[in-house]
Unconditional design. Structure first.
Lengths: 721, 513
């Protein structure tokens, strides 16, 4: 795993009255323990990876409490895990990145929601929407509506987020319905503090086992005819019970306005998660103070599904107009509020997406722009000039800066790390395509998707995690040249093995699959998978710099077991061998599925063990060889073709020292891990001979010092200046 | 400072620079001082060296002063409402400015003067780097106060990460109401690498204080009136002795006779310029810039030249310094060579060389891989060094080789075209002279570059100076040449020849019925 959570794990043990300082996602994790959770599962993905990572690293403490933690193979398996709460009084929590993870989990979620739960079931989803999002922009809200799941969207202050976890379990149990708690990216990473309560060891746990399984109960099966009754139960009993609980426990918060609540007043209904943004937007008008007290009332929905019609009607009654601040589209909440008011025959005007932007993140600026329109129409007596001026100034400033810059700023997307084993594979693919012609590349989710950026620009489609091979099934038969599917080992185990490999083999289709075997789900924080090399192998490796992924053959054995016959394993840094293998796969007469395994361990993981190892050797005065690449700047002609084949962060440009040369020359800066790609590319692509590999031997032995002295003596004697 | 509004700090950093730790420190400093504080981030993008931001809000009143009331803090920065903008890299500072976060009335800007080039800027065969001077001007013109210094260099000096230096700079900026000791206390209790962090902090504090007192006047002028100066011309003004340098380069490359040939060619450029611009209104720029690229071209990089450069004592010293080797460390240098048929043919007499090249090109057309021997030569071993010196010693053979003949022929063609164009219009001659900048690179890259130059010389030499200039700029901007193709289309010149690619056949097997 990429990050060590020692401090966070210690904080999980904090008792009642102590204060936890940390990120939102850690607070949520602690809240699970305070709620007596019995089992936790999930699949990693930003912004919620840390929940599971912390839990996995806290294995000892979890065992102490009797809590079971499972790193599931995908979101579907995590959602299915919640099935434990159908029959048993077990509180369970699972987590994943949404909307993608919820899509994968949808089948199990539907089958969970229909029979409903006895123990509280909580799904913590990272709502990856807006700035920093890495997935398609959709709302998880739709899943709550279609499956009648509860949806919590807590106001992003740590004490409230913790309360919503605790209440989420209770609410789930009060209405026998699983609950989703959604956290936006910034809420997961908000750093604050809250006062802890004691952790509650679960009543039934790994330490306190149930003697017998539950009795057979057909009504708890998502199977006809029980499903027909279950659908009625949802609307007739569970959702009404949820609404009662929401009102009784005051889960939604009403912040009274500073203005007297006169009959002609206005109000705002906001998703809990957007409350802070709304307050800051109101502050731009001077309509709210630092503590969130606004000029008019605000209803903050910590529970966004189901809504409570009576609560909505009570809030709107007597108001001339209400603005619904709801992020994303379509505007489910606004539509439901409009229906509620119409049914109750209330004349309050409802605004939302007509004044606020339909799609995209609701930033302070976006919300303020909507507020200007809303207030101008319904509360013209309020001062709007300050906010209007501010909005105008922002736009003018951006325009002025763009003019001053004269050219657009170059973007800086994420890229392969220094020394990443996947970069050389795409160098090879670039070279192979120069020889056999361009191929259709079905891309996938994972670090290798960075090949869609410069300098590679590979990938025609991304259809989901592990979907690349499946997504070319309709393309390959229609193309004269073979198509390539790229998949990581993470995607392979997540579902690529079945949706792609099994399907291609069964259909005997002609396909080329390239598997990046780096040993981890690297993009999400190098979590371990079934094909990760063992800890003992890492500890026992005499040279810790070497890639160890070849020690685990699970992928290869699985493929041959399924019937793959054309299988090549190529060390990923061997660019020329990889180029040749790719060309062979594209042009061989062999039909069927051809699989190339690019073997090279994630460089982040390698460096995690290399750095302390080298430091310890140096400390002990032992011999250490450090490798770095370099460029002879007098040989470099400044054409940068090496960079167009690599894109390594440490291979960059500098001004030439040569007064005759106008263009900058290539240079290798500090941070080079000596992966060897520069040399491999120089050979495979017949690049210029300006690259050199230098090995610095620290604490050299007597023999090699002697040899070096002899060499130096001879060379010095003949060497020109 | 407004006692009701939070103090806001936006930090722009790249993945792996410790921005998260910095935000954590700031929250900790504020918390210890009794102020409510909050930090958020979007680390999803920081993943793997992308650009990202961290945002911190600190309430100006202490919890005691607040008497139990909790301020609502924003999770995201608000355009124009940032008190302190910190950037570990210059372009990222300007990105935040472009996004509207920095206000000239409110924001103190603290930006590293150093550039970490984006991949996009590194790709161009020419110089695709964004003008740093312009970035600095924009930074100065759009902030209340600007302090810049090289944060990465300070971090290296202190043996720590940029976050520690930035923390010192934040303390030094005076925007936060906390004493220096409060910052240092938090770093001291943070655990790992404390000594190095404190050293970095001290450097950051010192350099920021110095930078603030100097003020941004040196770069703050003339954003509107920036004159477009080509990088090459700028350095030309600094190096008026280019012709002498060029001559020295060519003599060093071959011999005095070759140097004489260089002089003659420069003379031709001079004469052409004299005719085109008798009053010297252009300051002999054509001859000077032509001489620059002519020298680089005449001293083309062949095996002999590379072997010579790689076996010099000055090169060994440079490698040692770049590798950061200490006094007692041993160095092993391995050079990557892949001599192929082209390199061999280049040394053979033109007729033999050309036959060899034709043979190789037939092989390539048949879909075979180019012949070449991948060598990793240990320049520091006696045998490797001798091999390099032996190759360097082939210098006398060079003038009789095919490569030499080919380069001279193209040089003559270019030179004649420059003369003709200059006779018509100085500017056209000048633009065409600058086109020699295209010639660089090795192997296929060098071939492509020369093809482009040949195409321009053949089909654009008689066109407007502006067209020639645009074609050159386009050819230097992308290697694939799609920009150049567009310019050719616009000027009505013929398109470049399509490179033949071997067609490969394979049997397609039926899928499951």
């Amino acid at each position: 795993m990429e990050v060590s959570f020692g401090k966070e794990v210690r904080q999980l043990r904090l008792g009642g009255g102590e204060t936890l300082h940390g990120e939102g996602i850690l607070a949520i994790t602690k809240a699970l323990l305070q709620s007596g959770v019995a089992y936790v599962g999930g699949y990693q993905g930003a912004p919620v990876s840390h929940l599971l990572d912390v839990m996995v690293q806290a294995a000892d403490y979890m065992a102490e409490l009797g809590v079971h933690v499972e790193a599931c193979s995908n979101e579907a398996s995590a959602a299915a895990m919640l099935g434990a709460s159908i029959h048993y009084p077990l509180r369970g929590a699972v987590t994943w990145k949404s909307v993608v993870g919820t899509n994968v989990a949808a089948d199990a979620l539907s089958n969970l929601a229909s029979p409903g739960v006895m123990g509280g079931a909580l799904i913590i989803v990272g709502e990856d929407y807006g700035e920093g999002a890495s997935v398609i922009q959709e709302r998880s809200h739709a899943f709550a509506m279609k499956s009648s799941l509860l949806l919590l969207d807590p106001r992003p202050q740590l004490p409230n987020m913790v309360r919503m976890v605790e209440q989420g379990f209770a609410l789930s149990e009060a209405c026998n319905t699983p609950a989703i708690l959604q956290l936006r990216v910034r809420a997961c990473h908000v750093r604050g503090s809250f006062e802890c309560r004691d952790n509650v060891p679960p009543a039934v746990s790994r330490k306190a086992l149930l003697a017998e399984p539950a009795r057979f109960d057909y009504e708890k099966l998502a199977h006809p005819p029980a499903t027909f009754r279950q659908e009625k139960l949802k609307t007739e009993q569970r959702l009404p019970a949820a609404r009662r609980y929401i009102v009784e426990q005051g889960l939604n918060e009403i912040f009274a306005g500073r203005r007297s609540v006169a009959s002609d007043d206005v109000g705002i209904i906001v998703q809990g998660g957007l409350h802070n943004t709304l307050v800051r937007a109101l502050q731009q008008f001077d309509l709210a103070d630092a503590f969130g007290a606004a000029e008019f009332p605000i209803l903050a929905l910590n529970v966004t599904y189901p809504l409570v019609p009576e609560q909505i009607a009570d809030f709107c009654r007597g108001k001339r107009a209400v603005l619904v601040v709801e992020e994303g589209q379509p505007e489910y909440i606004e539509q439901e509020i409009a229906t509620t008011l119409r049914r109750q025959d209330l004349g309050t005007a409802i605004h939302g997406k007509d004044l606020l932007q339909m799609a995209g993140e609701y930033t302070v600026e976006v919300v303020a722009a909507g507020l200007v329109k809303f207030l101008a129409r319904h509360a013209a007596d309020l001062p709007l000039a300050a906010a209007q001026d501010w909005l105008t100034a922002n736009a003018a400033r951006r325009q002025a800066v763009a003019a001053q810059l004269a050219a657009p700023l170059p973007p800086r997307p994420p890229q392969f790390c220094t020394g990443c084993p996947e970069r050389p594979v795409f160098s090879a693919l670039k070279l192979a395509q120069a020889n056999v012609g361009p191929v259709h590349v079905a891309a996938d989710i994972g670090c290798h998707s960075f090949a869609t950026f410069e300098p590679f620009g590979f990938g025609h489609t991304i259809l989901g995690y592990g979907m690349s091979l499946a997504s070319r099934a309709g393309v390959s038969p229609m193309l004269g040249r073979r198509a390539l599917a790229v998949m990581g080992d993470g995607g392979f185990w997540h579902n690529g093995l079945l949706t792609g490999v099994e399907s291609a083999l069964f259909n005997k289709t002609d396909a080329v699959l390239l598997i990046m075997k780096n040993g981890y789900t690297a993009a999400t924080g190098t979590q371990e998978i079934i094909s990760t090399p063992d800890e003992e192998q890492k500890a026992g490796a005499p040279d810790k710099r070497l890639s160890l992924v070849d020690r685990n053959q699970t992928i290869e054995r699985t493929l041959t077991g399924l019937g793959v016959t054309w299988l090549r394993t190529v060390p990923s840094y061997e660019v020329d061998a990889m180029r040749r293998t790719l060309e062979e796969a594209f042009t061989t007469d062999a039909g069927g599925l051809k699989v190339i395994v690019a073997e090279g361990e994630c460089q982040l993981e390698r460096q995690r063990r290399v750095k302390p190892w080298l430091a310890s050797l140096l400390k002990a005065g032992q011999r250490v060889v450090r490798v770095k690449y370099g460029v002879d700047d007098d040989v470099c002609s400044g054409d940068h073709s090496c960079i167009r084949l690599s894109g390594c962060p440490t291979l960059t440009l500098k001004d030439s020292d040569d007064p005759l040369k106008v263009d900058p020359v290539a240079t290798v800066i500090e941070g080079c891990v000596g992966c060897g790609l520069c040399g491999e590319n120089a050979h495979a692509a017949t690049l210029c001979p300006s690259f050199y590999r230098v090995e610095v031997v620290q604490n050299p032995g007597f023999g090699e010092r002697l040899l070096a002295a002899v060499r130096r003596g001879v060379i010095d004697w003949m060497q020109p200046a | 400072m407004n006692r009701r509004q939070p103090i806001t700090i936006l930090i722009a950093a790249l993945g792996g620079e410790g921005g998260g730790v910095l935000a954590e420190w700031l929250v900790e400093i504020a918390t210890r001082a009794g102020h409510p504080a909050q930090a958020t981030s979007i680390p999803g993008v920081a993943q793997r060296t992308g650009a990202t931001t961290y945002y911190v809000e600190i309430h100006p009143q202490t919890r005691v002063e607040l008497g139990g009331r909790t301020p609502v803090l924003s999770l995201a920065p608000v355009p124009g409402c940032v008190d302190l903008m910190v950037a570990s890299e210059l372009l990222e500072a300007v990105r935040a400015i472009q996004n509207g976060f920095v206000s000239p009335e409110r924001t103190a800007l603290l930006a590293s003067s150093q550039r970490t080039l984006t991949t996009f800027e590194k790709l161009a065969p020419g110089d695709g780097r964004f003008d740093s001077e312009r970035l600095l001007q924009v930074a100065a013109a759009n902030s209340r106060q600007l302090a810049t210094f090289d944060v990465a260099a300070a971090a290296r000096e202190a043996g720590t990460v940029p976050s520690a230096v930035l923390c010192g700079a934040i303390a030094g900026s005076g925007v936060l109401p906390f004493a220096r000791a409060a910052f240092e206390d938090v770093i001291r209790t943070s655990g790992r690498g404390v000594e190095a962090s404190l050293r970095g902090f001290a450097l950051g504090f010192e350099r920021c204080t110095a930078a603030v007192s100097v003020g941004p006047t040196s770069v703050g002028q003339g954003v509107d009136g920036v004159v477009e100066v080509d990088g090459g011309l700028k350095s030309a003004l600094q190096h008026p002795d280019l012709i002498a340098q060029g001559h020295a380069r060519v003599v060093e490359f071959q011999d005095a006779a070759y140097g004489e040939l260089y002089r003659q060619r420069v003379e031709r450029l001079r004469a052409a310029e004299q005719l085109a611009d008798p009053q010297g209104r252009h300051g002999a720029e054509l001859a000077r810039e032509g001489a620059r690229f002519l020298a680089l071209w005449m001293a083309f990089d062949d095996v002999i030249r590379v072997a010579d450069l790689k076996s010099r004592a000055s090169r060994f010293a440079r490698v040692r310094a770049e590798a950061g080797a200490a006094a007692g460390d041993l160095l092993r240098i391995a050079d990557h060579f892949k001599p192929g048929v082209t390199e061999l043919a280049g040394l053979l007499p033109p007729s033999t060389g050309r036959r060899l090249l034709a043979w190789e090109s037939r092989r390539r057309r048949a879909g075979k891989a180019p012949l070449g021997i991948a060598l990793k030569l240990r320049a520091d071993s006696i045998s490797g060094f001798l091999a390099l010196r032996l190759l360097a010693g082939l210098r006398p053979l060079r003038r009789r080789g095919q490569r030499y003949a080919e380069e001279q022929a193209l040089i003559e063609r270019w030179l004649a075209a420059v003369e003709q164009a200059a006779a018509r219009d100085w500017q056209a001659g000048f633009e065409l002279a600058l086109c020699a900048r295209l010639v660089k690179g090795y192997g296929a890259t060098n071939e492509r570059a020369k093809d482009n130059l040949r195409h321009i010389v053949e089909h654009l030499a008689h066109k407007d100076a502006a067209d020639i200039g645009r074609a050159r700029t386009a050819a230097l901007a992308d290697e694939a040449g799609s920009g150049l193709d567009q310019v050719l289309l616009q000027t009505g010149a013929p398109q470049r020849a399509v490179k033949p690619v071997p067609v490969r056949w394979f049997k397609r097997q039926a899928s499951r019925p």
